[in-house]
Design a protein around this ligand. Structure first.
Ligand code: DX5
Ligand code: ZN
Length: 264
């Protein structure tokens, strides 16, 4: 025969189990919502600032220092007033560094259509072209995808983010330039941050990259605005301790992502 006391004990055990189950479900929901952000903090050194006579070993050094990807600046002396390298160099780099490092090609070139296939064949992973350089972004996006690369779309400081918006759902990454493209070592343009914030609010899972003058002094602004892919040239490569700079940049961005996910 069940006594009153035994009945009471069974009931409270049941209640306890139920409460624990609800708590576990809440914890699970919380943990999945805070880790389910579609984007993560990634740091891509711009190797333009390195000793270009040893590009292969510089790329390897950056990967060893914790880089998530490599940002390779292609300039044609026409779209921007500077000249760097093209797909033959990328092909050699790929052979030298192996299959692993992700190559984000920042194509500061007029007529970006003409280099899609050669860059894909050379081993590029992502083809980031400038909106200002083409009259048919839709077709170019399609060609890049058909070539097996990811699609990045960049805008110069003078281009509004509303001009990029119609393509945002078709691309993998939006690049908001924080200097006039052409040279490393320029001053960060903080007034570009509203573009990043607006993009983050409209496209919560899009990869958003910033490029130009980004380093330990300016990373907080970028991270708060919502950028998650961080290009850094002189601040990383010019440092005596690139590993620490990369780690610091990543931590600031990861914390901002975490905070945003908790605020949702
Ligand atoms: C500028 C390039 C950048 C540049 C960044 O046109 O697109 O990638 O190398 O260098 P820092 O970080 O020194 O501004
Ligand atoms: Zn760049």
């Amino acid at each position: 025969m069940t006594t009153y006391f035994e009945g009471y004990q069974r009931k409270s055990r049941l209640m306890m189990r139920l409460t624990l189950r609800v708590l576990a479900a809440r914890l699970h929901a919380h943990s999945t919502s805070s880790t389910s952000m579609a984007y993560s903090a990634k740091i891509g050194p711009s190797i333009l600032s390195s000793d270009l006579s040893c590009l292969g070993s510089e790329c390897v050094r950056m990967m060893e220092c914790g880089a998530d990807y490599l940002h390779l600046d292609v300039m044609d002396g026409h779209f921007v007033p500077n000249l760097t390298f093209g797909h033959p160099m990328v092909e050699c780099l790929r052979k030298s560094v192996g299959q692993d490092p992700f190559f984000d090609m920042h194509m500061m070139v007029s007529r970006p259509e003409q280099w899609v296939k050669p860059m894909a064949a050379a081993g590029a992973n992502q083809y980031t072209f400038h909106l200002e350089a083409t009259t048919n972004p839709g077709n170019l996006i399609k060609e890049i995808r058909e070539s097996g690369m990811k699609v990045g779309l960049a805008i110069k400081p003078g281009t509004t983010v509303e001009e990029l918006a119609p393509w945002a759902n078709q691309i993998d990454m939006a690049l908001v330039m924080t200097v006039e493209p052409g040279f490393g070592g320029q001053k960060f343009m903080e007034d570009m941050m509203p573009k990043v914030s607006w993009l983050r609010s409209q496209f919560p899972s899009l990869d958003i990259e910033v490029d130009g003058g980004v380093g330990p002094d300016t990373i907080h602004k970028c991270a708060e605005a919502g950028a998650n892919m961080i290009v850094s040239g002189s601040a990383v490569i010019g440092s005596d301790d690139p590993r620490s700079v990369i780690a610091l940049l990543r931590t600031v961005v990861a914390e901002a992502i975490q905070k945003r996910s908790l605020d949702r």
